[in-house]
Design a protein around this ligand. Structure first.
Ligand code: GAP
Length: 449
């Protein structure tokens, strides 16, 4: 759409209120006043999330060199010593003695002051910040009835470690040859000091991670390949290219395990932000697990007869962050309507069916069409109340790409009107052709720039 009146998302609060009003995302435990930075996915949000997970899973596992895994969230506590998380997964925390706020020292310039929100934390003349102290981001709990130091376990802060400790299990059971990858989707937990911006940074979130095991020396080539594959995945989700960019980590930004790291960033209303990380983790993790467990984790190459610890190129994207980016990127306001220009394969419903009036013959036809489309695998909604214009608007706001109207002509000539969410164009199509028409449009769909 080239119309300059069409505006992108300007303010996160517009998306947060749409998400709640229309059943995408609700504040968690809302009837008790909510709990900071925890969110529940509603009926439409969970469809978007599942569609994104499905696209990621297929992109990773519909190929010969990647296998899936679903490891436990609770792992042996030594895992987190070996991985470096017990000592190294810390943020510098400062307290303000005046407003009692707690802030990440390295993010003071992004955080509003608790007393004077127009100023940044620490900037207001009355602020008194303490010296920074290191705060570990892992959630601790106890396994079994005894709550002492011997029973401490952690909620995993990344899914990756479940993959490293299963490297040989997967390699041997599936007879994989290097290079190969292991993909996993699952919950991770971080006791973030400053969570916020809706589902952007939360303490409980889902990650979609893939660790690709390669021969040392080939890691830099694989790193470049995976950067491009992952950028393309976001583009394939309909994210506009102009809103995505790479950011290379400088020496001070690199995580303790990484030799090289690039973020794929997206421009949200609050600035360019990390959406995904692509990391060259070298043999750091396998080496540390080998050392801490005392178990050999080397790969044996039966052609060259070499034993070696593979290097790992990791791609790590937050599922919730991906949902946020997909919704934010799709949000449009053209002055008359708000619509989500979602990729049709990600939209919660593909099709809305509208019988023009609540008359038995139109309703009967509509039910038949809904059943027919559902049998073909489409998620369909129907709406028979209000003016047709209002019904279109309701569907626009939740991103339903196609609206099918059944009117009195339908009953005589078996044709329906199909309306396109993005262009608002309408076409008359015969009943039998509805699904093939929509299928073609889905294939040809491009994001509205
Ligand atoms: N295994 C590597 C790893 O976990 P990361 O850069 O810390 O790397 C990967 O996290 C991705 O997980 C991030 O790019 C982001 O999409 C998501 N993520 C991390 N912390 C998050 C949080 N607190 N809330 C939501 N998503 C988060």
């Amino acid at each position: 759409m080239t119309d300059s009146k069409v505006q992108d998302l300007q303010d996160m609060s517009d998306l947060v209120s749409l998400a709640k009003r229309r059943g995408f995302v609700f504040p968690s435990s809302e009837i008790y006043g909510g709990i900071n930075a925890c969110w529940d996915y509603g009926p439409l949000g969970i469809e978007v999330k599942r569609n994104i997970k499905e696209r990621w899973w297929k992109s990773m596992t519909l190929r010969q060199d990647i296998e899936g895994l679903d490891a436990a969230i609770l792992m042996h506590p030594r895992v987190w010593e070996a991985s470096g998380h017990v000592d190294g997964f810390v943020d510098p925390l400062v307290d303000c003695k005046v407003c009692k706020g707690r802030f990440r020292e390295d993010k003071l310039d992004e955080t509003p002051c608790g007393k004077k929100p127009s100023k940044k934390a620490g900037e207001f003349s009355e602020c008194q910040l303490t010296e920074p102290r290191q705060f570990n981001l892992m959630f601790k709990t106890h396994m079994g009835p005894l709550e002492d130091s011997s029973s401490v376990v952690y909620l995993r802060p990344e899914t990756a470690q479940g993959i490293f400790v299963n490297f040989l299990n997967v390699q041997q059971s599936m007879r994989k040859k290097i290079p190969f990858g292991i993909a996993q989707i699952g919950k991770s937990f971080r006791n973030e000091i400053t969570p916020g911006n809706f589902i952007f940074r939360t303490r409980e979130f889902e990650q979609m991670e893939m660790q690709y095991f390669v021969k040392p020396g080939t890691d830099e080539d694989w790193f470049e390949k995976w950067k491009e594959i992952r950028l393309q995945w976001h583009l394939n989700n309909g994210i506009r290219a102009s809103k995505l960019r790479f950011h290379e980590h400088g020496p001070n930004e690199l995580a303790h395990y990484a030799k090289q790291a690039f973020d794929i960033e997206y421009e949200l209303p609050f600035g360019w932000q990390e959406l995904e990380g692509v990391h060259n983790r070298t043999d750091f993790d396998l080496g540390r697990h080998q050392e801490f467990s005392g178990k050999k984790l080397e790969y044996f190459d039966d052609q060259t007869k070499e034993h070696y610890l593979p290097y790992v190129v990791e791609t790590a994207v937050g599922c919730d962050r991906s949902v946020l980016v997909v919704l934010a990127d799709a949000y449009r306001n053209d002055g008359e309507r708000i619509f989500l220009s979602l990729h049709p394969e990600i939209a919660p419903y593909k099709i809305a069916v509208f019988p023009l009036m609540k008359k038995p013959d139109l309703l009967e036809y509509s039910d038949k069409l809904v059943m027919d489309l559902e049998a073909k695998g489409y998620r369909v909604t129907s709406d028979e109340s209000g003016s047709i214009g209002k019904r279109y608007r309701r569907q626009d706001e939740i991103g339903t790409p196609f609206g099918v109207t059944i009117d009195y002509d339908t009953l005589t000539d078996n044709t329906v009107t199909i309306r396109n969410r993005d262009t608002m164009e309408q076409e008359r199509v015969s009943f039998e052709k509805v699904s093939s028409f929509i299928e073609e449009k889905i294939k040809a769909w491009k994001p509205v720039e």
